[in-house]
Write a protein that binds this ligand. Structure first.
Ligand code: SF4
Length: 399
């Protein structure tokens, strides 16, 4: 029986192909750690130490925390850590993690806002009574204050989400379910995110019916994952941090050519085909622009000379001009007013899905009352049209 976590479920939602590689095919790529993940781990380790030692009555100073951070950074740094955002370097990220810790320390010292009851606590719970759907996870810190339990989560990202996003967040809502199962007497659970870089604490909570809905949705998602036969690769901003570019049909070619020398790069069949296609597409666009200008000149010439067909060497051009009745397009205020008129006249069922051309035909051919047709026509505008058709000369037309 598979035990799911929030990150495992998210992996499927974000890209089923990556989910398959990681969780079903179990292809390990541990060496590719992003610098963002590296900074996050170091910051979490320092905050874990802070609260572990607080439990044992040792108070850390800011200097203690920063020297732990520096030591953990140096001990864990390795050359496989990847920096995707090239405008930032290792030092920028080091300082970023340091700033996260300084913000936290200055905000919460002496760290007595609540009583810590769990640090990096592993939680497991079932979504259903039969125990078929199992969830696991780690809560950064569990605390309580005046009978209210708190699930704390440290975030070291560089963007701050909107409150409504957090009000729908699955991960901490899972933790609320876990806390209520661990301590059934708990009356209230607060979900608290610490966005460290912004020195922001964001809070949410879930009502019992919201948790029931979440359980149902998650069971549905797990059923979907377990019955999936296709695992499409879904591109997103996350691709830049994906550890499987060499196996992914959407990124494999990038991966191959990125490591080629300039000469081999331009000789690559794929690069050659795409370059040629791009070049021809640009040329096609330019030719189409020229054709449009030429069409306008032909229409003007035909008008000036009172011609309907113009002869060339091997071809002729037929010019057709006329007028077209146009009704307001759907989703406009004018169309809404026209729809109201048709509804009031009891004509809505036969006109609801009509485009402007069919509506015009209906006005001309139907047995609607003259008055109604006149009112509908008030919404119409007349548009001049001209078309140009090219064909070969037939044998009698050639000189
Ligand atoms: S590179 Fe993107 S599309 Fe390909 S597997 Fe990774 S996340 Fe999915």
């Amino acid at each position: 029986m598979t035990v799911y976590s929030h990150s495992r479920l998210s992996a499927y939602e974000n890209c089923p192909f990556k989910f398959k590689l990681r969780y079903l095919d179990k292809i390990k790529r541990e060496e590719a750690e992003s610098i963002e993940a590296f900074v996050g781990k170091r910051v979490h380790e320092v905050l874990e130490k802070l609260y572990q030692e607080s439990l044992l009555t040792k108070t850390n100073t800011l200097g203690d925390l920063l020297s732990s951070y520096d030591r953990l950074w140096k001990e864990n740094w390795n050359d496989n850590i990847t920096i995707v955002r090239r405008k930032y370097n290792r030092e920028h990220y080091y300082q970023f993690g340091k700033k996260c810790l300084e913000n936290y320390f200055n905000h919460y010292q002496p760290f007595n806002q609540s009583v810590t009851v769990g640090i990096e606590t592993k939680v497991n719970f079932d979504l259903d009574d039969a125990g078929k759907y199992k969830i696991t996870g780690f809560i950064d810190r569990i605390a309580h204050v005046n009978g209210v339990y708190e699930a704390h989560d440290y975030k070291s990202g560089s963007s701050l989400p909107a409150q409504k996003y957090l009000d729908n967040d699955r991960q901490l809502a899972f933790y609320q379910i876990a806390i209520q199962k661990m301590w059934p007497e708990v009356k209230e659970v607060k979900l608290i995110w610490h966005y460290l870089a912004f020195d922001m604490e964001m809070v949410s909570s879930r009502k019992p019916e919201q948790l029931e809905n979440l359980k149902k949705q998650t069971i549905g998602l797990i059923d979907q994952i377990e019955s999936a036969r296709e695992f499409p690769a879904v591109e997103s901003g996350l691709c830049n941090w994906c550890e499987y570019p060499d196996l992914c049909p959407k990124r494999k070619h990038f991966f191959i050519v990125e490591n080629l020398e300039t000469n081999s790069y331009f000789q690559d069949k794929g690069v050659e085909l795409v370059n040629k296609y791009a070049q021809l597409s640009v040329e096609k666009e330019k030719v189409e622009e020229k054709i449009n200008v030429l069409k306008e000149q032909i229409v003007q010439y035909a008008k000036n000379e009172a011609l309907e067909i113009i002869k060339g060497n091997n071809h002729k051009v037929r010019v057709k001009t006329g007028t077209r009745i146009k009704f307001p397009a759907k989703d406009t205020l004018e169309r809404a007013a026209l729809d109201n008129l048709l509804m009031a006249a009891g004509k809505w069922p036969e006109t609801a899905d009509l485009n402007t051309a069919s509506l015009n035909k209906l006005c001309q051919q139907s047995n609607w009352e003259k008055e109604l047709i006149a009112k509908v026509r008030e919404f119409a505008t007349e548009e001049r049209t001209s078309s140009v058709y090219l064909s070969e000369l037939d044998e009698y037309e050639e000189e």
